[in-house]
Design a protein around this ligand. Structure first.
Ligand SMILES: [Zn+2]
Ligand SMILES: [Zn+2]
Length: 167
């Protein structure tokens, strides 16, 4: 997804609204075993400060990711903010290199990576399909949401078991 800054470049101190629509890059979610279930959509307001372009916006999408308890894939709706800084190639040296910004040449700035990153940051570390998800039985592997199993779970904390053995 590229933002065309041709008009805004000629108007320092002005802002322009851009619509965002991107299918989402699957590779980014691959490491989670996930996939996009809807395009990334939203909008961003970009201001030309004279030396750079600063964008603030909102994004939403739906991703399909595996539940950390039962491993079943489920749809997780994402709504998050987008903050981007775009700097024209020749002005890049004026910007603090520790700052995160997109360098671009010509009229178009590619913000795909920033979109993926914003979505990625909005995902939970341990996604659960449902707060009541029972997960998998650690003994037989049965998905306990579908059917309870008859395993007798040993509720003893293994650390206490160790202590008992020492006695
Ligand atoms: Zn689950
Ligand atoms: Zn079981």
């Amino acid at each position: 997804m590229k933002l065309n800054l041709r008009r805004l470049k000629r108007h320092p101190r002005e802002s322009e609204e851009f619509l965002i629509s991107s299918p989402g890059n699957v590779q980014f979610l691959d490491q989670l075993g996930g996939d996009f279930a809807a395009p990334i959509e939203g909008g961003v307001s970009v201001e030309n400060t004279g030396s750079m372009f600063i964008g603030q916006g909102r994004l939403k999408t739906k991703v399909q990711i595996p539940c950390s308890r039962c491993l079943q894939e489920f749809i997780y709706p994402v709504e998050t903010e987008l903050a981007i800084v775009l700097v024209e190639g020749e002005k890049s040296s004026l910007v603090n290199p520790n700052e995160d910004f997109v360098s671009f040449d010509g009229d178009e700035a590619d913000i795909d990576f920033e979109l993926q990153q914003a979505i990625f940051m909005a995902l939970p570390i341990r996604p659960v399909c449902n707060d009541d998800c029972q997960g998998l039985c650690p003994i037989c592997g049965q998905n306990k949401n579908a059917q309870p199993c008859s395993c007798q779970e040993d509720k003893t904390d293994p650390r206490w078991a160790k202590l008992r053995d020492l006695r």
